[in-house]
Design a protein around this ligand. Structure first.
Ligand code: GN1
Ligand code: MG
Length: 362
């Protein structure tokens, strides 16, 4: 990895390289600098099975970071732009380096003392998360969605995800199907309701914007005082509906347990965290959301949790081809946890609706 890092215009002298375990797709490392005057770096091996066009993906990421910097410089805190992770070029002015095995690597500056959280531990953290998602969408308003490469086509397309699930179900082993029976039934039961909501998003009234598309809580970077710095993990920034970002954030952030909690009794929906996130999000989003978009916000956490449940389950049925797993039934446990969380959210449907009406005036 040090050989790879030397291909990039990194400053100082790299010491320890520490793996970062939280992502399910790429392999990430924190490269510590021995020179205190030089920054640390964030090194990543991009998953080339998942991302088929890494040059296209890289163009997106550079475009998005540029837009974030440009927009931040227009605000009352232009100096904050200096605290976003910046992509680092190689000595040949590329933003990635291919190694001898054909693997793609990239480097960002690592923001000193920054951190991520897997779950929102208290309300202000959730509010900061909401602000980060709202601010990101606002900063993307001047980026043309059509100018972005589709890094994963049909990423949040429910019909596509259900088609994949159907074919996985046909070819899955008997034992995996038996193990997963409860979640399979759940997916089938909710299918029509979710398709119905998904069709409303596609009714033609909802603007296609540039969205992040992977707003789980640990894709928000915080500083040492727990203020959100910005959204990270920009590989899936593509044209989308704001509902994808709102819903996916709530999927993780208001869950009192981890995304892969095996003990169902620990999985609950925290309405106070929801209020805090929704308020933080409204601070930025209220100024650009249309009333049609607002009307469809409340059900978005159901859709996104359902889509991710379907994806984890499909991967389990396909013998774990896509997500990194840490033990054999990991994808099944993840899918079950999403199912339990959806059932917990059911108890708060009215409260969620009321809260959106209160903060967004719908
Ligand atoms: C993956 O890369 P990471 O861990 O931030 C996935 C998301 C899922 C998430 C579930 C490119 O995100 O879509 O919501 O896992 N990213 C991709 O935890 O598939
Ligand atoms: Mg991530």
């Amino acid at each position: 990895m040090k050989t790879i890092l030397r291909k990039f215009a990194v400053k100082g002298e790299i010491g320890e390289i520490i793996p970062i375990e939280s992502g399910h797709i790429n392999h990430s490392y924190h490269a510590v600098n021995l020179d205190p005057t030089a920054p640390d770096y964030f090194l990543q091996r991009i998953n080339k099975e998942v991302f088929q066009n890494i040059p296209g993906l890289t163009n997106n990421v550079v475009k998005v970071v540029d837009a974030m910097l440009r927009e931040q410089k227009k605000t009352a805190n232009p100096q904050k732009a200096g605290f976003f992770p910046q992509p680092v070029q190689t000595h040949d002015k590329q933003y990635y380096q291919v190694d001898k095995l054909g693997n793609f690597w990239r480097v960002f500056t690592y923001i000193k003392n920054s951190r991520t959280y897997d779950i929102a531990e208290y309300e202000d953290l959730a509010m900061e998360g909401g602000k980060a998602v709202g601010k990101f969408q606002k900063y993307m308003l001047n980026v043309d969605p059509k100018g972005l490469h589709l890094t994963i086509p049909r990423f949040h397309d429910l019909d596509f995800r259900l088609d994949n699930f159907d074919s996985a179900l046909k070819s899955a082993s008997k034992s995996r199907k038996e193990e997963a029976a409860e979640v399979i039934d759940f997916v089938l039961e909710r299918r029509d309701a979710m398709k119905n909501y998904f069709r409303k998003l596609h009714s033609g009234n909802i603007p296609l914007r540039v969205t992040h598309n992977d707003t789980k809580f640990n894709n928000i970077l915080f500083d040492e005082h727990d203020f959100a710095i910005c959204m990270i993990d920009l590989d899936t920034v593509m044209p989308g509906f704001i509902h994808y970002d709102f819903g996916d954030a709530i999927r993780v952030l208001c869950n009192t347990a981890a995304e892969d909690e095996a003990d169902q009794s620990k999985i609950q929906f925290d309405p106070e965290l929801f209020r805090s996130f929704a308020f933080g999000y409204s601070v930025y989003a209220k100024e650009f959301l249309t009333k049609e978009e607002i009307a469809l916000i409340p059900l978005s956490p159901w859709l996104m949790t359902y889509i991710i449940a379907v994806r984890f389950l499909t991967d389990y049925l396909e013998n774990d081809r896509y997500y990194k797993i840490h033990y054999p039934a990991h994808n099944l446990v993840r899918a079950k946890a999403q199912m339990s969380y959806i059932k917990q959210m059911d108890l708060y449907y009215e409260e969620i609706n009321n809260c959106i009406a209160e903060y967004f005036g719908s």
